[in-house]
Design a protein around this ligand. Sequence first.
Ligand SMILES: [Mg+2]
Length: 365
Amino acid sequence: MKISKVETFVLHVPIDPPITDAINVATHWGLAGVRIYTDEGYVGYGYTGTCAHGDDMIVDTIERYYAPELIGKDPFMVKEIWDTLRYGKMHWVGRAGIAHMALAAVDIALWDIMAKASNKPLWQYLGGHKSTGIKAYNTNGGWLNWSLERLLKDVTDIVEQGFTGVKIKVGKADPHEDYERVKAVRQAIGDKTIFMIDVNQQWNINTAMTWGKKLEQFDLFWLEEPLNPDDIMGHRKLADALNVPIALGEHVYSKYAFRDYIHQGAIEYCQVDVTRVAGITEWLQVAGLAASYDIPICPHVGDMGQIHQHLVAATSGAIMLEYIPWIRTIFVEPATVKNGHYVLPELPGASTEIIPRYFDQYRIR
Ligand SMILES: [Mg+2]
């Protein structure tokens, strides 16, 4: 099989109503992606996720530097292709960020082709581990711009829908307000619901130490991204001092960066995101690394779960997957949660194929 054509796209799917966390305002979810065509008729779909900014630079990278290298290559040689692109012309200017997100889109499309050509959903093509579904936790009721009233209504609804885990955003200008919201949510969802909070890097080490200790009493399953993601030492101090496990990974771009976090004891739940670590090829290596330290994997869903549901279903150390349903309706086989569990995909491929009419509706490039 040979790659015959590479075509990029940017879709902006509206988020209604717009949401905020401590550092982002999101009105649309951006899919910067690629369709890779082959001489045998298989078409692979891959994408990375953005807050609808910077996607043009991601597809520029694919068009200018990756696509010319792909034509004529066999998609089944995905690891060789990954090395060629990773250590090619973009290496000088980007070993993380845009370059890795562009490579993620390409790599995911290649795995989509391989699974389709093997007539298996990706999770079975990779070697299945969870045959009865994947535990889901819901992030979509806990945004920072929600009023306390809406926050409590949404988390209560989520639990009533059958979810056994919820996550809310913190990182208000005054941490006292975070404290009151966390306290009220714990009361609303009861003692048995798994409850996580996400700081989105808003705190410094002193704030995190002080408020992390005050919030321990609410039985938090994890404290997510308390600090700047480059501050491994700060996260290690928190992991040592707090009785709440530290979770992060959505801004960690390579297996080397994860190695340093893991080796220094600075990460206790690994949220490796396939759209950030240059695709499935590198995600699987990070998963192996985490497994060797018995660190559970709970991916951040830059893909909104379409691809990660396959990876979690194929990985023994992956225990749970985030759920945010913003873009699911554009896909041929949308990620679906019933009774708090992702229903495993059945169609061949990586669940990345987009219904054609949404290219008309949401395409901006
Ligand atoms: Mg997060």
